[in-house]
Design a protein around this ligand. Sequence first.
Ligand code: SAH
Length: 267
Amino acid sequence: MSTPKRFPASLKSAAVPQRELLMPQRHLRQATVDAARLARPSGTGLDSGAVRERMVNRLRAEGKFNEQVLAAMAAVPRHEFVDTALAAQAYEDTALPIGHGQTISKPSVVAHMLGLLMASPAARQRGSLGRVLEIGTGCGYQAAVIALLARQVTSIERLQGLHDKAQANLQRVLLPRAPRLIWGDGRVGYTGGAPFDSIIAAAGGEDIPPAWTAQLAPGGRLIAPTATSGRGQVLVVLDHVVDNGVSRWVRSEHEAVLFVPLKSGIV
Ligand code: SAH
């Protein structure tokens, strides 16, 4: 702060210390705003697209994810799908509890699984996942991402508490086409919406339920965490291939994963 050397002080010299005196107050105000953002995670801090863009850029830097999937993930506010207390972690590459003993998958796992679905010959040609069945709605996050990549999404959840929660979460998020949510046992698929171009399971089973294979459209692809005898739970991809009018299902095994169990019945 410059001290005026002459009396009376000129207007110019008086104006300088005045500006300097105001600055600490401005910083204090800014600090309050910053603190409020951290304490109130669904405030402007997490609502801004920049924080989602950073998460997606970290994934993009790994160079192995589908660009259309990353763009969809950049558009879905993940913090709207987790409890307020965990919202600050919503854009880290981590699985988070969503209640009822279940978890929302890591963003990199969501990106990887949806990338595998987008890589099927039919999805590449279409540029979309087509009509999708998701088993395990959970909090509804992945269903929202899929909604931006598909023509139609049907998602089944066996726990009514989570089904209701997902319904409420999805209502807060603006999507061009809202996913159809069903409370039911996803092991039987959903005959009302079959056949599906893409089927994705968010819970790991001992096998791939026959209903899913039966409800997979010709050219369709299914991805499901499934138990194997040698490698534990791995991502299994099943393609419904039609040659000369004859259907066959081609199975390939990908990396080892650890998903919550696929259970029977509804609660
Ligand atoms: N995709 C979800 C993650 C869900 S975790 C998300 O983005 O949040 C897996 C979910 O599968 C759990 O909510 C669990 O209750 C559900 N689940 C397990 N077995 C099921 C079944 N047979 N039918 C439908 N949902 C099932």
